[in-house]
Design a protein around this ligand. Sequence first.
Ligand code: NAD
Ligand code: UGA
Length: 451
Amino acid sequence: MKKMNRSICCIGAGYIGGPTMAAIADHNHDRKVVVVDINKARIDAWNSDKMPIFEPGLDEVVKRRRGKNLFFSTDIDKAIRDCDIIFVGVNTPTKYFGRGAGCASDLQFWEATARNIVKVANRDKIVVEKSTLPVRTAEAMEHILSRHPKYHFEVLSNPEFLAEGTAIADLENPDRVLIGGHQTPRGKAAIKALAEVYATWVPKERILTTNLWSSELSKLAANAFLAQRISSINSLSALCEITEADVEQVGKAIGMDSRIGPKFLKTGPGFGGSCFKKDILNLVYICESYGLKEVADYWRQVVLMNEYQQERLVGNVLKTMFNTLANKKLAVFGFAFKANTSDTRESPAIAITKMLAEERAQIVITDPQALRHVKEDLGDLPNVKTSADPYEAARDADAIIVLTEWDQFKALDYEKLYKGMRKPAFLFDGRNILDHAKLRRIGFEVKAVGK
Ligand code: NAD
Ligand code: UGA
């Protein structure tokens, strides 16, 4: 007899769908895992030698299981029919039209997926929310899924907590796997079935089960708390610059308090990435829709502080370079929103480069992985160019501005860079990753964040 709840499909082959399903396939050789997407180019890339996303360790896992029990396809209907467990990992961007524009989540991709499941399903299925969704989304999904005259779809929430750049390591060794479901016999059975998928490699005590709504909200809450720490330290970086306190020393001192902890206290150009801003604004919108204005205002401030940090960084560049950037050449080191990823979604470098370009500076951006996104993110700005070679980018430049903490930037020959630049040569270390004393000895005029 066919075993229950064995085969898996994931709708959405993006940053989440691809890596999570590769990890599941890698630890469940007896389960077939099919990842599907409407984007054919993306699926073709997953099936090629060049993955559609850069993520350390990803190639190895995919190549190990692809064609064995891991498959990438555009045949969404077949994948839905063939599987028992459907993960939905489609994008849920901020809505940019109508009510809630700029804040609410745009759930059109999610809803389209739910309707499609109802249309093509041929038996009962477990439907797993992998995307990050507003609390109580499952209710709406169940409403659509319950229209089926014959089959039952049990909805679970299983948010993903991996961070880009460390996705494979995070999947291998997660702090926790969260599964939310209804506390009914069917709900509990579905939770158990999904827990079994993870239990092949995640210790049992790290598989946490909750009710559906707690699980949905916990994902938004985790991102809001993480982002809040960054805005908190960035707010203090502004005060440090005036008072001669050093933000790194302050971060270390407070982080040694075991109640605070050392992680996520690194100051910089503000948080980027596809999720922090989107998820906090979504939390803000939900609070506002329930009439919780004070709660909404509290969380909105985390995003406002992030924007302020980016404006402040540009203000510092302008002030230090004698209040004019017109026709000065600036080398921007880093376009990805963090190191070890090619992702530039909401990268601080986008807003910062735009502000610098408005000052009519001549800008050359260099990045080891993300240059392919510059044009789509910035549009056709005549005064912005790119170069894969940092030495080339900095040639004849008046300043280097470091925006991403790539190891490659730490390893550069700064004497060589300095020699090729116009003097005085400025260096703005927006990530505080370089040896500032050494740079000053070379001759750079160095500015760091919060120092
Ligand atoms: P993404 O844009 O990289 O991938 C989403 C994919 O879904 C796209 O390839 C798109 O073509 C596909 N898609 C959209 N509608 C579809 C449909 N109807 N049928 C089939 N495919 C469809 O997005 P992502 O970064 O993978 O994020 C997906 C979700 O995961 C979001 O809700 C996000 O908040 C959440 N999340 C992302 C991360 C991350 O690190 N990127 C981490 C945790 C959670
Ligand atoms: C974040 C969360 O860390 C993940 O747990 C979550 O799953 C994910 O969002 C999501 O929901 O998409 P990610 O955005 O990939 O992951 O990367 P982070 O490492 O969290 O970095 C986010 C931004 O904060 C980056 O721009 C990074 O440079 C910045 N950051 C991070 C700081 O400025 N300081 C820090 O101390 C840490």
